[in-house]
Design a protein around this ligand. Structure first.
Ligand code: URA
Length: 206
């Protein structure tokens, strides 16, 4: 179903003027998200950093460059997906977001997910992963899809993890490489193709 751009803009405006948590007092610019409202894939990171806070756009720093490369590796660009974060305002000094801040922002993330209704959600890093995969280690489950209703959630390392530790880069590339297969299978399943239904079931689901 194609969505009404206005509805997404209303959520973005609510985020821009949000004062639900303390991050509002230190942000320069809130970062609601960016991308294609009709995307099959939504990527959810942690929270804006310095550059994102300056520009009001997600993943525009070094992690963002790597994210672009990862998308390019599967013939996508950031215009094809929707990118957002669990918290929409920069935690001071790039500290981890606190649980009450994540909770305050959750209503916005919920609205974005409901509206965009992506087939696949990729969680980037442990903060977005925790919502669907509580208590697991990213190194144990990255790249493995889990079915939630009609949607698939795929936990992945945060791109920054590959910047700090280059050994994670091929893992991220491999995990991204599996996304087209997931989308194809869900598309076929939606077309009522029984054979593909079993393909989805046979996918590497947790
Ligand atoms: N890291 C994130 O998790 N999100 C951004 O938007 C930028 C860096």
């Amino acid at each position: 179903m194609r969505i009404d751009k206005k509805q997404l803009e209303i959520i973005e405006q609510q985020i821009q003027s949000c004062t639900l948590c303390v991050l509002a007092s230190t942000r320069k610019t809130a970062v609601p998200g960016f991308g294609n409202m009709n995307a099959d894939i939504m990527l959810i990171g942690e929270g804006p950093g310095y550059h994102e806070d300056e520009q009001g756009l997600p993943f525009v720093g070094r992690s963002g460059k790597l994210l672009d490369d990862l998308l390019y590796s599967i013939d996508l660009s950031r215009d094809d997906v929707y990118i957002t974060n669990v918290v929409k305002c920069r935690p001071p000094d790039n500290r981890d977001p606190k649980s009450d801040e994540i909770e305050s922002c959750r209503t916005y993330l919920d609205k974005q997910i409901n509206l965009i209704d992506p087939k696949v959600i990729v969680t980037l890093g442990r903060f977005s992963m925790a919502r669907w995969f509580p208590g697991v280690r990213i190194s144990d489950v990255h790249g493995e899809a889990k079915r939630f209703g009609s949607r698939i959630i795929v936990p992945m390392f945060h791109p920054a993890a590959a910047l700090y530790n280059p050994q994670n880069r091929p893992l991220l590339l491999k995990d991204f490489g599996r996304l087209p297969k997931y989308i194809d299978s869900l598309n076929l399943e939606q077309q009522g193709d029984q054979e593909s239904k079993s393909t989805v079931e046979q996918l590497n689901l947790l």
